[in-house]
Ligand binder design. Sequence first.
Ligand code: BGC
Length: 484
Amino acid sequence: MSSTPIASKIIPKAARAHLDPTSIEYTSDKQRNAVAALVQEFTVTPQLLKDIKDNFIGGMQKGLKKDGETLAMIPSYVMGRLDGTEVGSYLALDVGGTNLRVVSVHLTGGGHINTRQTKYRIDESLKVGDAKALFDFMAVCVDSFLDEHEIVVRGDSQIELGFTFSFPVLQTSINRGTLISWTKGFNAHGLVGKDPVAFLQDAFNRRHVHVRVAALVNDTVGTLLAYAYNHPETVMGVILGTGCNGAYIEKIPKIEKWKGGAIVDEMIINMEFGAFDKERTILPLTMFDNKLDRKSVNPNKQILEKMIAGMYLGEITRNILLNLIDRRLLFEGNVSADLNQMWTFETAYMSTIEADNTPTLHVTRKILESTLSFSSTTLNDRQIVKTVVELVGKRAARLSAAAMAGILEHTGAWKQKAAIGIDGSLFEFYPSFDTDIMDGLEEVFGSEVRQNVSLGLAQDGSGVGAALCALLAAKHASKDASDN
Ligand code: BGC
C-alpha cells in the first residue's frame, strides 16, 4: 500500500548531457551540412514558439464556441474543487496507456490518500480487435483485483468506480459519453460513436461483478483533480507520456457551447490538445513526421501528439537515422536488422542517450551495439545519433511549452501562484524535459513566470483522480437529491 502518492516531487533524474554539434569532427562536409539542416528544421525558435502559442489560443477559443473543432475542448462535467477534506473508498480503472491499472483508493481526509494497485498488460491484439473483447478483459481484471485484495461486496450493494478512459470522448454527463476516435495505437472496432461506460457496465453485469461506473474521466482531468487534492492552487493537469494532452479550469460563461446548468461557476475542460493543427498551418512538420503519420493507425490525426508523445519520439528518431544511413552519412550506410523494423528505437533509449556524458559515449554505444545489434559504431556515429536524439527531444519539450503557455495566457493564470500537475513517463524520466518547458514559458512570459508557476509530478494522478471524480459525482448527486 502506498500513502499520499500525489505529492509534488523533486525529480532525481539525469539532466541532458548536451553535445554541441559544432564540436563534432565530421567525416565530410556533406555530413556536417546534413546535421546543420536537421538542427534548423528541428529548432523551435522563441518566435515560432510564440506563434504556435497564439495559434493554439485561437484554437481554444474556437473549440469553446462549438463542437467538432480541432481542439475539442470537452466539458468534463466535473464542477467544483476538492479541498483535501473528503473521505471515502473508491475503485478506479485506468485505461489508455501501455498498461491497464486497477486502483483501490482510500481517502482519509487531510489530503491523505492510500492506494493499492495492480497493473495488467493489454495485449496488442486486444487493442485492435473487437471492442467487446477489450471491455470483457477490463471486467476480468477488475474482478480478479477484487479477489486478490479480498474486497467483498455484500448483498445487492455495488462498489462505485471511476473510469479513466484516456481517449477523446465527448461527454454527455459525468458518467456518459461517446468516443470520437481512438488514439495511441488503439483501434478496437465497434466503439467509435458509442459510450465506453455502457460497454464497461455491460461487461461487469454479464460477469456479475458488483461494480457501478460512477464517473468517466480523462487522465488529464484525473491528474488535475488528484494534484489539486493537496495543491489547491492547481490550474492545469497535463499528461506527457505515451500520449499527450491537457485539462484546465475554465469559467463557465467562457464555454459558449455549454448548454447545461451549473452549480458553480467553473468546469474542468479536457482540451484534447494532441489533435492541434490538423490543418498543418503552424507546426514545423518535417518529412520524418509525415512518414510517421502516414504509417500510423490514425493518419492525419493527433498531429501535435505525434511530435510530442513518448509513443512517437523514438520512431521519429529512427526515421531520421534511416535517412542519414540511406545517404551514407551514418554507420557507413549500413542498417542493422533491428533498426530496420518500425518502433524498435524506443523513446526510453533516447532518455539514456540524452544523459550519456561519457567522453566516448559508451552508454550510447551499448544501446546501438548490444540492443540494436549494430556490429560496430564509431564515435562519430554515436555523436550524430546523440545530436539527432537531442533535437527530437528538445523540440517535443518546447512544443509542450507552447501549448502550456497558451493555456496560461488564455486563463491569465501565469500572473498569480499557479501549479501544474503533470504525469507521464516523458515528464518523469526524460532528461531536462521540465527545464526545457520552463525555459519556453520564460521566453513567453518573462522571468516572473518562474516565481508564479510551478510544474510538479502528479504520479499516478489519473487513477486517484478517477476515484476523486466518483466522489464528486456522488457529492453532486446528493446535492441534486436534496435540492429536489
Ligand atoms: C488522448 C487523450 C489523453 C492523452 C494522454 C491522447 O491520445 O486522446 O484523451 O488524455 O492521449 O493519455
